[in-house]
Design a protein around this ligand. Structure first.
Ligand code: ADP
Length: 447
């Protein structure tokens, strides 16, 4: 729970909200207190000035302090202040609370000198103090500050509450697609490769979902390929194995003699098995990109001549003419000699196998920009158009029964394709049924 994305979102949001609201609360309440203190001071000043004018007028009108006590009492309740007035000798001549009348007083708070209106003669001193006993005309500022702080606190708590609800809802919205993705990933992990993330999200989460789905598709395809491969391999191994088994059972049941011919047949089947296993191993390395290729700048003309020469005798025994169509010079190519020779060998093997007596096989090469093209053309039986796109597929044979007879594994072209691609090249086939075939591949020129 505490590790869930949703919980982390909520915690992170809450910390941010609390810090923000707390900072606003402290900042506003502090500033309000200062502002109110300033205001209070200004008000006090103003009340002093007001009282001074009132008292000076009274003094002027009455030519003395007579009757000042009632003025002070009346104003005290309006201003909410305790007002004391002393004469020039410091004797209290008016006290809004009436306690100090006739006493000498020099003030618990600073007093202000009282001067007559015109001559400016010093006639007494005025003291103002906030009186908590008197209900003032205006609400006390302290109370104002407190209620402002209360509102601020309530507003803050309301904001936190609202933010909390929104955080819960929004965090759910953000974390639920990821949670859904995790559920799908779990199902995929348990082997159900048909599962896909059903997300219509945009942005990063949408991208994640798309990447996840394409990964799942690749996984499913890889799994399908693996299953097909196992099925294909089992199928391919079964024929030579059951042949061997058949021969051995016939010998055991004395239906067949264990003579030279039987042993030759047995060893041919074993050789076919061995070749199949070798080629499968090579193909799996090539498909995993783990073939160790030793690249070197090589002369492709020499490579073609050397690879073709052992096939001349083979072709001659089938009365096939084998000719080379090579220019005098070609740029050298960056290849693993062994592997490209093997590609050519596979193409020549097929050409000889599928060309009848009197036919022709031509091996050619030509420069094509930054590549060199090599081809093997024959005038053999050709490949039906519907089979042509499949000939590079693993175990694909145009004529299954005939291919068995010629001992083909159905892997030669697949391996050739992988090897050419490992060199950064491409391979292709052209063919006309009954007329012949042309297999060609390109390889990059050495820099
Ligand atoms: P195989 O080991 O059976 O020759 P390949 O992968 O080399 O397997 O070839 C696949 C199939 O393509 C062959 O079984 C054959 O039917 C067809 N094929 C390949 N090369 C030629 C060719 N030159 N002429 C006619 N058919 C060919």
């Amino acid at each position: 729970m505490t590790h869930s994305l949703w919980f982390r979102f909520v915690t992170a949001f809450m910390v941010v909200i609390l810090v923000t609201v707390g900072a606003v609360y402290i900042f506003v309440s502090r500033n309000t207190a200062t502002l109110i203190e300033d205001f209070e001071e200004t008000t006090q000043e103003f009340q002093f000035d007001q009282m001074q004018t009132i008292l000076a007028s009274h003094y002027y009108v009455h030519r003395g302090w007579e009757g000042v006590q009632s003025v002070v009492e009346e104003k005290s309740s309006v201003l909410g202040q305790h007002i004391i007035v002393t004469d020039v000798d410091g004797m209290v001549i008016a006290d809004s609370q009436g306690e100090r009348l006739g006493e000498s007083y020099n003030g618990e708070s600073a007093g202000r000198p009282l001067k007559t209106l015109f001559e400016g003669e010093h006639v007494g001193t005025l003291y103002l103090e906030r009186d908590p006993a008197v209900e003032p005309y205006l609400p006390p500022l302290q109370e104002l500050t407190e209620s402002m702080n209360r509102f601020l606190l309530m507003g803050g708590l309301l904001a936190i509450g609202l933010a909390l609800v929104l955080t819960f809802v929004l965090s759910r919205r953000v974390s639920s697609p990821i949670q859904a993705l995790a559920v799908t990933a779990g199902q995929l992990g348990r082997g159900d490769l048909s599962q896909r993330a059903q997300l219509k999200e945009k942005g990063e989460i949408g991208e994640l979902a798309r990447a996840f789905n394409s990964m799942a598709t690749n996984l499913e395809q890889a799994e399908q390929l693996r299953r097909n491969l196992v099925a294909d391999v089992a199928h391919e191994l079964r024929t030579p194995l059951s042949n061997i088994q058949g021969y051995l059972e016939a010998i055991r049941d004395q239906v067949m003699e264990p003579n030279a011919a039987t042993i030759r047949a047995l060893s041919e089947e074993a050789a076919l098995l061995a070749r199949l296993v070798d080629e499968l191993q090579e193909l799996s390395l090539a498909e995993a990109g783990e073939l160790k290729l030793v690249y070197q700048a090589e002369d492709i003309i020499t490579l073609i001549k050397q690879t073709a020469s052992p096939w001349e005798a083979q072709a001659a025994t089938k009365q096939i003419s084998l000719s080379l169509d090579l220019p005098d010079k070609l740029p050298s190519v960056n290849v693993d000699w062994q592997r490209i020779s093997q590609v050519l060998h596979n193409l020549l093997e097929n050409a000889v196998a599928h060309t009848g007596g009197g036919g022709r096989i031509t091996i050619g090469a030509a420069g094509k920009g930054d590549r060199v093209e090599v081809w093997v053309a024959d005038t053999g039986e050709g490949i039906p158009a519907e089979d042509l796109p499949n000939v590079f597929e693993r175990f694909y044979r145009v004529d299954k029964s005939r291919a068995r007879a010629t001992g083909g594994s159905g892997l030669g072209l697949t391996i050739a394709k992988r090897l050419v691609e490992a060199h950064g090249g491409q391979i292709q086939a052209q063919s006309k049924l009954g007329k012949g075939s042309r297999f060609s591949f390109t390889i990059p020129v050495a820099e």
